[in-house]
Design a protein. Sequence first.
Length: 98
Amino acid sequence: MILVTGSLVARAETLGQLVALSLEHVRRSRGEPGCLAHAVHRDVENPLRLVFVEQWTDRDALAAHFAVPASSAFVRDATALVDEAPAIQIYEATRARL
């Protein structure tokens, strides 16, 4: 499984627009092949920061997600609304059995 985390920090005046754009992106992404989970959250310590958590079946599914034109459009449009450079981390993960 591939785990992706990322964050965007909105400018105060663009927060509503960035939230709406992010919700549209995660809802669309959830329907893509190989998407196990895709969500956006507000940081309780910095309400201008949106945090993304994604789970993908494998690197091919994630690569296909990045290749979708709507994903590129999201990055372009979101980057225009932020106060600092977006952050993204990609991890190989295995599900722990407790």
